[in-house]
Design a protein around this ligand. Structure first.
Ligand code: GDP
Ligand code: CA
Length: 314
């Protein structure tokens, strides 16, 4: 098949990629990971989506789909003594990754370099590229109750601390317009024989990547080679707040709504068998629809889904 580029968020993407690396040689895969969720906790640079991909492909991810399996939280518990907010859960072994990343960044390494070092240490064969070495922050503007100015929340504050409850007035990617894609990102999109949009949150996982200068144009130029997997099945997310964020943006929460977001840059959208009746609504956006079981129950299901996605690239 040649090389395959995959745009990825966190948990949904990681589960899909676990199947992809069973379908093709992992060394042929370049993953472009979202860093809009990155934030600093206790002075440490945390890259939740990159780490979820790394830990999942290493077979070490925790049961929730993030963090490390079997990790403990003694450091965070001890940290509470100092009155620090510890709502963002960072396990003891997981902390080693954030310590390493932060110290390397402080030494002057780029996020691209550090991410490659971490991936190598975990035995990954795919090339994992952060979408950018520049800081891009996904921000949720929360509607204020009295109809006043919206309140700015970092993505993790809204999603984790507030459990995605506050009503969303808007989503912004601060810094995206001035950021540059990571040094190998555009080249990977230009040269890949297939480009896959993983079943990730289209608003806050794939959205930040598409907001970087040049990325959308690079995908438009390769539209026939771009296949997306819908993260929405029968009008609902499998997990996470994609439904709330799509609705807040005035987008129908359905595979057809996903097609409307990707219409200019994606030739084919994989929708679930149970959404077969929505094929016409997807294709009205100019995106071909392909129907398959897209709920990944296990690694075999993810592998079958990845094979199907690749078959759709002519
Ligand atoms: P996050 O950063 O951890 O939220 O990860 P992603 O954005 O990569 O993944 C979240 C998205 O994955 C949600 O919109 C889910 O609906 C979707 N998702 C999770 N599991 C599956 C699955 O088995 N099949 C499909 N099609 N989508 C899934
Ligand atoms: Ca994420």
């Amino acid at each position: 098949m040649g090389t395959i580029a995959a745009l990825a968020g966190g948990v949904g993407a990681a589960r899909f990629l676990r199947g992809l690396v069973r379908a093709v040689p992992a060394t042929d895969v370049v993953v472009v990971g979202n860093t809009g969720d990155d934030d600093v906790f206790h002075g440490l640079h945390v890259s939740p989506d990159l780490d979820t991909v790394t830990y999942t492909l290493a077979g070490a991810v925790g049961a929730m789909g993030w963090g490390l399996a079997g990790d403990t939280f003694r450091t965070l518990e001890a940290y509470e003594r100092y009155g620090e907010a510890t709502w963002f859960r960072l396990g003891d072994a997981d902390l080693a990754t954030h310590l390493y990343r932060t110290s390397r960044l402080r030494e002057g390494a780029t996020l691209t370099e550090v991410t490659a070092e971490i991936a190598l240490a975990w035995g990954l064969k795919v090339k994992l590229l952060p979408m950018s070495d520049d800081r891009v922050a996904t921000v949720i503007d929360v509607a204020s109750a009295q109809g006043g100015e919206p309140v700015r929340m970092a993505m993790q504050e809204w999603f984790v601390r507030e459990r995605a409850q506050p009503p969303v007035a808007g989503v912004r990617f601060e810094g995206a317009a001035e950021a540059r894609p990571g040094p190998a990102v555009l080249e990977a999109l230009r040269e890949a024989d297939a480009i896959l949009l993983c079943p990730s949150n289209p608003v806050i996982s794939i959205g930040p990547i598409l907001a970087l200068p040049g990325v959308r144009d690079a995908l438009r130029a390769r539209r026939e080679q771009v296949v997306a997997v819908s993260p929405i099945i029968r009008g609902a997310t499998v997990k996470g707040p994609a439904d709330r964020l799509m609705a807040a943006a005035g987008i129908e929460v359905s595979c057809a709504g996903v097609a409307s977001i990707y219409a200019d840059l994606c030739g084919t959208l994989l929708v679930d068998d149970s959404d077969a009746d929505r094929v016409g609504d997807v294709e009205r956006h100019g995106v071909r629809a392909a129907v398959a079981p897209i709920l990944m129950r296990d690694a075999d299901g993810a592998e079958a889904l990845a094979r199907r996605a690749l078959d759709l690239v002519s």
